[in-house]
Design a protein around this ligand. Structure first.
Ligand code: SF4
Length: 366
């Protein structure tokens, strides 16, 4: 049997794929077979269910010390675009967010501000917890946690302990990009290293703080580096079991120092979606983040192994700074409709994928 035949058989049987298997399947480019295998893998895990939640994103600041060449969101201190949300402004956002029926998660991701100290971020978590006691707080990527550790001199473990005690419930898992030193030296040389990102998520998992796992593809990485990234995540998951979901993001080059690159197309997005579902056999959920993919492509991804569309969002600045043309928010009715059109069953979930939405039927929900 050829390597490809072996890889195809393993994918069809739902067996664990090796790096070489994944590369063979990627090169073969048989996207319809990939879709069928990935869909079967998805249905073994979550049946006919597709998840979404009612959440609100908050980006506290866009002023960043890291100056990553891949980033369109950041600016320098003193730039007219720069902002750092005050607690008064955050209070207004939270009171608006509270009006959304079924709100169950506040999602906070930000740049690495040069002067805001850890007490500001800690106060934000306490503020959210006080304003919305029942809502999960998914906040701070491992990159931000490493930054807090550096500016305070405290260990990552201590930072996570303090945040958890203040009300943090999970980490979003961003900033993994591609877990390769070669790639990171080009796209984000100053932010958390591959090892720092990995150590931070493992520490979080050990402390009972779940995270997502992410991947940013379509820039300077090779296909092999993408597959190695997936294997690294799978190994971490074998060790800790702490990843709740995997989210892959196609790189949006606009307004970055890689603006000469072309954004990869939907074909590539779907291939990566399916291969991710097949490779990450130990991660329960694969998210199609509609803000990044556009809703039509995210909907298509539900036929390529994804089982989660993320949420209503409310407002999003980071991806839109890089030229995303998607809306910054969506209603739960629309999310449910998009899922229903695929033949799957929409399930409103909480931050931990427990069905918990208040929707009981298809009618009359905003
Ligand atoms: S990717 Fe994150 S760390 Fe890097 S410059 Fe942008 S906001 Fe800062």
């Amino acid at each position: 049997m050829t390597k490809l035949t072996i890889a195809r058989e393993k994918a069809e049987q739902g067996e664990r794929l090796s790096l070489e298997d994944a590369l063979c399947l990627y090169e073969e480019n048989d996207i319809l077979s990939l879709a069928a295998w990935a869909r079967a893998a998805k249905e073994r895990k979550s049946g006919r269910k597709v998840f979404y939640n009612v959440n609100r994103h908050i980006n506290l600041t866009n002023i960043c010390v890291s100056d990553c060449p891949l980033c369109a969101f950041q600016c320098h201190d003193g730039d007219s675009r720069g902002y750092l949300l005050t607690h008064e402004k955050i209070a207004v956002i939270l009171s608006e967010a509270a009006k959304a029926e079924g709100l169950n998660e506040i999602h906070i991701v930000s740049a690495l501000h040069p002067t805001a100290d850890f007490s500001y971020y800690l106060a934000v978590i306490r503020q959210v917890r006080a304003a919305l006691p029942q809502v999960a707080i998914q906040a701070f990527t491992p990159v931000e946690i490493v930054h807090f550790s550096k500016i305070t001199g405290k260990s990552v473990e201590d930072i996570l302990h303090i945040l958890k005690k203040a009300g943090l419930t999970s980490l979003p898992g961003g900033g993994a990009e591609i877990l390769s030193d070669r790639v990171r030296n080009i796209i984000c040389p100053n932010k958390a290293t591959r090892m720092e990102w990995m150590d931070t998520v493992k520490t979080a998992h050990r402390l009972g703080i779940h995270t997502n796992a992410t991947m940013l593809y379509g820039h300077v990485e090779t296909v092999r580096e993408r597959m190695e990234h997936l294997l690294t995540l799978r190994d971490i998951q074998d060790e800790t079991g702490g990843f709740q979901a995997f989210v892959s993001f196609p790189f949006h080059p606009e307004n970055t120092r890689f603006s000469y690159l072309k954004r990869v197309g939907a074909w590539e997005d779907m291939k990566m979606m399916a291969i991710s579902r097949l490779m990450l056999d130990n991660i329960e959920h694969i998210k199609a983040f509609w803000v990044m993919l556009t809703m039509p492509v995210a909907q298509l991804a539900l036929g390529f192994g994804a089982d989660d569309l993320d949420g209503t969002i409310g407002e999003e600045k980071i991806i839109h700074a890089a030229g995303a043309k998607t809306n910054t928010g969506i209603t739960r009715t629309k999310l449910r409709q998009v899922i229903r059109e695929t033949g799957y069953e929409p399930i409103e979930r909480d931050s931990f994928y427990r069905p918990g939405g208040k929707i009981q039927n298809e009618n009359g929900i905003s």
